[in-house]
Design a protein around this ligand. Structure first.
Ligand code: ATP
Ligand code: MG
Ligand code: MG
Ligand code: MG
Length: 472
């Protein structure tokens, strides 16, 4: 079943059950606590917090999400993308636990001919908060699940709140058993690779206060109205229903792997390290497409830096596969082809999007071109002398002279089995900052602040003077 079809079925299942279909909010959302929207409920927060009255009692959406926290997992687990889509259904003071469990169970287990997703009920496991006996009883009553396939978990795993005083409540997660070839028996408690989490149902039932940690807070009392927030990973369901091994092999993502394989001449599935690179490339190219589409541009801070890192990691991974030519002009259009059905605005905006991505690759190629040799010499010397740590001096020189960000040096060092003296690096950086400050003070009123030029050169490389040959 194509990803677009799963999305369609999800929305129509809930639309038929009286939910208003709400389009995805952009990844950039006006929330000071978030870099990017990272869950389907984010755009509905004001309703859950009681700050605004929702214009509906029930809503459903497929929300674009970016989770930067998961970046290191990409390609290594089967289930973490930096970009993914979260299907959700929401109830604002309308149905509660029983309704949420019933809707979810029906969609998951109804046959494909019946508009459902057709999962085998015997392969479904769920978790509940250990004190939430009500949910356990509902899973038995509504779904007929046996007690063994309902696992108890503590507050750390199965309690939801926003980290501040306000709404909170237990959650219940739905898992699919992928089969004994993927790990030991024993449910999600035993193995979260074999037992794949596909859906999280959150039951907002109480007001909490004195929140000091995920599992440290006081319950004030029941909320005046109980709400439901759920999130189902579209890509995870897609990989199961498409009979694939992981979320990078689904119809919306895999074509980029295929293209990367064609370009590099290396086969996907032949070597574990290469496979991780292929998956990182496919994931990061797609995330970059979606982020630029929503207005992010590469930069040295916060959101812009996340995008820069994604683009650079994709480009470097292509190099590690042995492909040294500009890669994004080959890969980005492939991702666009797969994503434009659900997000047609990507196609109309593609000239702008691609220009930003390609310029970033070009600038990065220049940085790499200058610094890689120096890095290799430094790494070679370190190894020759029997060392395992690249010195702070070397990392600083790479940064200062060749524009290598420290995380690039760290990554490249790691690939060579080396670590980096980060403390030494940081000390040199702060010395340099202090010097620059003192300098600026001494020259105040004489020279303008030129750090902005340095940032521009770091970001885009030196400018070619085109006025002799181009008339614009
Ligand atoms: P996991 O434990 O696998 O990291 P999670 O518990 O962090 O997932 P939730 O915060 O409960 O995830 O999000 C709701 C749903 O969104 C999950 O059940 C999963 O299906 C999906 N999801 C979460 N993170 C990702 C991701 N990085 N890539 C793809 N899907 C994801
Ligand atoms: Mg997670
Ligand atoms: Mg989880
Ligand atoms: Mg979860």
């Amino acid at each position: 079943m194509e990803t677009a079809e799963i999305r369609r079925r999800f929305l129509s299942h809930f639309e038929n059950a009286g939910h208003t279909v709400v389009p995805s909010a952009p990844l950039l959302f006006d929330d000071p606590n978030l870099l990017f929207v990272n869950a389907g409920m984010v755009p509905f927060k004001p309703y859950f917090l009681g700050q605004e009255t929702p214009p509906f009692d029930r809503a459903t959406s497929v929300q674009k999400c970016v989770r930067t926290l998961d970046i290191e997992e990409v390609g290594k687990t089967t289930r973490h993308g930096t970009f993914f889509q979260m299907n959700g259904n929401f109830s604002f003071g309308d149905y509660f636990k029983e309704g949420a469990i019933t809707h979810a169970w029906e969609l998951i287990t109804n046959s494909v001919d019946d508009g459902g997703l057709g999962f085998d009920p015997d392969k479904i496991w769920v978790t509940v908060l250990h004190t939430d006996t009500e949910s356990r009883e509902l899973w038995k009553k509504v779904a007929g699940l046996p007690d063994e396939r309902i696992q108890n978990r503590g507050l750390l795993d199965n309690y939801w709140h926003m980290g501040v005083e306000g709404p909170g409540g237990p959650c219940s997660e739905i898992y699919v058993d992928r089969g004994p070839q993927y790990g030991p028996d024993g449910g999600p408690e035993a193995d979260e690779d074999r037992f794949l989490e596909i859906w999280n149902l959150v039951f907002m039932q109480e007001e909490i206060t004195n929140v000091t940690a995920k599992d440290q807070f006081d319950v004030v009392g029941p909320l005046p109205q109980q709400n439901i927030d759920t999130g189902m990973g579209l890509e995870r369901v897609a990989y199961l229903l498409q009979g694939k091994e992981n979320m990078y092999e689904i119809d919306e993502v895999y074509p980029v792997i295929a293209k990367a394989s064609e370009l590099s001449g290396r086969a996907y599935g032949a070597d574990h390290e290469d496979d991780v690179r292929f998956r990182v490339i496919a994931d990061h190219v797609r995330s970059s497409l979606m982020l630029i589409g929503d207005g992010v541009t590469p930069g040295n801070e916060s959101r812009g830096y996340v995008l820069r890192r994604l683009l650079r990691r994709a480009v470097r991974s292509m190099r590690l596969l042995g492909y040294d030519d500009p890669a994004l002009p080959e890969l980005l259009p492939v991702s666009l082809e797969r994503m434009k059905a659900s997000y047609p605005e990507l196609e109309t905006d593609f000239a702008r999007i691609s220009q930003i991505a390609y310029a970033e690759e070009e600038a990065f190629r220049q940085t790499l071109g200058k610094g890689t040799q120096i890095f290799d010499v430094a790494a070679g010397e370190t190894k020759k002398s029997g060392g395992t740590v690249l010195s702070g001096d070397q990392a600083f020189a790479l940064h200062d002279t060749y524009g290598f960000p420290i995380d690039l040096t760290l990554e490249m060092a790691q690939e060579q089995g080396l670590s980096v003296d980060q403390e030494g690096f940081r000390a040199l950086m702060s010395e340099q900052r202090a010097r620059a400050k003192a300098d600026a003070k001494a020259k105040k009123g004489v020279h303008a602040d030129t750090t902005i030029y340095r940032q521009t050169i770091d970001a885009f490389g030196p400018t070619d003077w085109l006025a002799y040959t181009n008339l614009i």
